[in-house]
Design a protein around this ligand. Structure first.
Ligand code: PEP
Length: 249
């Protein structure tokens, strides 16, 4: 498990205009230095995927998407199919982010279909799970995570087609992070679940930590057992921060 190559994935959320291509360019320039330590992925808004992918061609940063529709095409105004994202240059798709679960009422069954849509289009699904503050306070964290893992991960998940991102909702964008001990316990729990359901593939699957990762805490978090990289929100908007986080691997 220690041999799993880390993945540092940036989630730009609803941030970025054409002018942001320059910041992405700075990431590409610095990426060769950290490429020995981790795979790098940036998921800009869908409007920028094509421009970023063109710039990233042959470089050490991959481009991904933040969400997709489960279907390949059809009457779904405003939605974007996984095939379209891949056609634009996405090589991975985040599904089930807590902001989609909360803002759009997305549940585990839909998220599972979206992960399958990513596969249908030929790319990796990054499935997000995580408990809210209320669930944590009520001592329900492991039950919630078990339910999300059971419902959101499709049968057929492998270490190549699926990445799990553990993102405690209360740690996202708040500056709060769990202790290393808590992260170790929860990632250990997720690893046990994955190994029991997916056997050797589960043992090799990446489990990312997400929630207020920044340059100052990245090295400590990345050193925790069964933490195989990070999903980074706010700090992924700046090339210097994003690259410093990858340096921490
Ligand atoms: C996220 O939204 O995936 C995230 C981890 O955000 P932040 O790093 O800003 O907490």
């Amino acid at each position: 498990i220690d041999a799993i190559r880390p993945l540092i994935a940036g989630n730009w959320k609803m941030n970025g205009l054409k002018a942001s291509t320059a910041e992405f360019g700075a990431m590409l320039n610095g990426a060769t230095e950290v490429a020995g330590k981790a795979d790098l992925l940036v998921c800009p808004p869908a409007t920028l995927i094509a421009a970023f992918a063109e710039k990233a061609c042959g470089k050490k940063v991959a481009v991904g998407a933040q969400d997709c529709h489960p279907k390949a095409s059809g009457a779904h105004t405003g939605d974007i199919a996984a095939e379209m994202l891949v056609d634009s240059g996405a090589t991975a798709i985040i599904v089930g982010h807590s902001e989609r679960r909360a803002d759009h009422g997305e549940g585990d069954a839909l998220i599972r279909q979206k992960a399958e849509a990513a596969w249908r289009a030929g790319v990796t699904a990054i499935v997000c799970i995580g408990e809210t503050q209320g669930q944590r306070d009520a001592g329900q964290t492991l039950d919630i995570l078990r339910g999300q893992l059971t419902g959101s991960l499709p049968d057929g998940s492998t270490s190549a087609n699926l990445v799990v991102a553990y993102e405690p909702v209360w740690a996202i964008g708040t500056g709060l992070t769990p202790t290393s001990r808590d992260v170790e316990q929860i990632h250990g729990f997720i690893r046990e679940f994955l190994t029991s359901r997916f056997k050797a593939d589960g043992a090799g699957m990446r489990i990312l930590y997400g929630g207020s990762v920044k340059p100052s805490n990245a090295a400590e978090l990345m050193a925790v057992k069964n933490v195989n990289g990070a999903l980074v929100g706010g700090a992924s908007l700046k090339a210097a921060d994003f690259l410093a986080i990858a340096q921490g691997c």
